[in-house]
Design a protein around this ligand. Structure first.
Ligand SMILES: NC(=O)C1=CN([C@@H]2O[C@H](COP(=O)(O)OP(=O)(O)OC[C@H]3O[C@@H](n4cnc5c(N)ncnc54)[C@H](OP(=O)(O)O)[C@@H]3O)[C@@H](O)[C@H]2O)C=CC1
Ligand SMILES: Cc1cn([C@H]2C[C@H](O)[C@@H](COP(=O)(O)OP(=O)(O)O[C@H]3O[C@@H](C)C(=O)[C@@H](O)[C@H]3O)O2)c(=O)[nH]c1=O
Length: 258
């Protein structure tokens, strides 16, 4: 039996992993919400690692509010950089493999065809800076880690773009959605499966990877697909536009290539 701690267990990826772990008899998952393990607290991490003796730690815990991070960059850094570093140090001490999640928003979005894991990050917003800092700190204090960058996660667990748009379609509200960003929407359940299979395959090819569902589109196109597939009877009109309130700059093209 492989013992695996999952941090940030009440978030959408944490819940998606929990929903799928039943198919993996060989994995014993310990799901810890922020209340059970705050990754900014070093002693709590050590206590949990001693208690559960994990072989892997999947870190889904993060500060993910992209606009909010612009006015609270210190908070984003505390969780996404210091929290990640705390986990990495504990992983080094207790010989645990860290599977950490990062984002397409570490890139500036100026490459028109997308980014490989070897491309150099250059974040253009506070959330992206905090995630990139987390990646660098992990790389400095740990050898056995996977950093999995993913993008535009969606699931049935709110809040995310999919649930927000679907709610509005179900209320027949008209929508204006940006076509100024291109990226790959990724189903959180598919990412959960990829992570669980990484564990069962005992893969030791550590480092940075990109995982997405691989179909590049704009947010506008994604909204249209949500309507066609999940709310075809909605009377909402979806039009392209860039008046949606958002403070943070976002990368124009953040397609992640394997
Ligand atoms: N969502 C997306 O589109 C994308 C996400 N990612 C990355 O994937 C990972 C998972 O994202 P996702 O599940 O969507 O994020 P969520 O925001 O849904 O979940 C993150 C969870 O972490 C918790 N958390 C916040 N601070 C702490 C802390 N100090 N200690 C422990 N837990 C904490 C949050 O609790 P609370 O809400 O109570 O603060 C929340 O339950 C993150 O690393 C994110 O950066 C990458 C690309 C795209
Ligand atoms: C809901 C909505 C959003 N938008 C715009 C705002 C923004 O530019 C884009 C996406 O909006 P959101 O606020 O849902 O997404 P955003 O916070 O930019 O999503 C990001 O989250 C972080 C955590 C990541 O790591 C990224 O991969 C990415 O998923 O669409 C509209 O134009 N109209 C709308 O009705």
């Amino acid at each position: 039996m492989t013992s695996v701690i999952v941090t940030g267990a009440d978030g959408q990826l944490g819940k998606s992993i929990q929903a799928r772990i039943g198919s993996y008899d060989e994995i014993n998952g310990v799901f810890l919400s922020k209340e059970s393990l705050d990754i900014t607290r070093v002693e709590e991490i050590r206590k949990r690692f001693k208690e559960h003796a994990p072989e892997y730690c999947i870190n889904t815990a993060a500060f993910t509010e992209v606009d909010e991070a612009e006015v609270a960059e210190d908070k984003a850094m505390e969780v996404n950089a210091c929290g990640a570093e705390n986990l990495a140090r504990a992983c080094a001490e207790f010989r645990v493999i860290l599977i950490h999640l990062s984002t397409d928003y570490v890139f500036d979005g100026s490459k028109p065809h997308g980014y490989r894991p070897t491309d150099k990050p250059n974040p253009i917003n506070a959330y992206g800076r905090s995630k990139w800092e987390g990646e660098k700190r992990i790389g400095k204090c740990l050898d056995r880690y996977f950093i999995i960058r993913t993008s535009w996660l969606y699931s049935e667990y709110p809040p995310n773009f999919f649930t927000t748009i679907l709610n509005r379609l179900n209320k027949n509200e008209n929508l204006e959605v940006t076509d100024q960003q291109r990226g790959c929407p990724t189903k959180a359940g598919n990412l959960a499966k990829y992570i669980l299979e990484l564990i069962t395959s005992d893969d030791q090819d550590f480092g940075i990877r990109h995982f997405t569902d691989g179909e590049p589109m704009t947010w506008y196109e994604f909204a249209l697909r949500i309507k066609n597939r999940y709310a075809p009877d909605s009377t909402s009109k979806i039009r392209r536009g860039n008046n949606y309130r958002s403070f943070a700059k976002r990368p124009e093209c953040s397609i992640l290539l394997p």
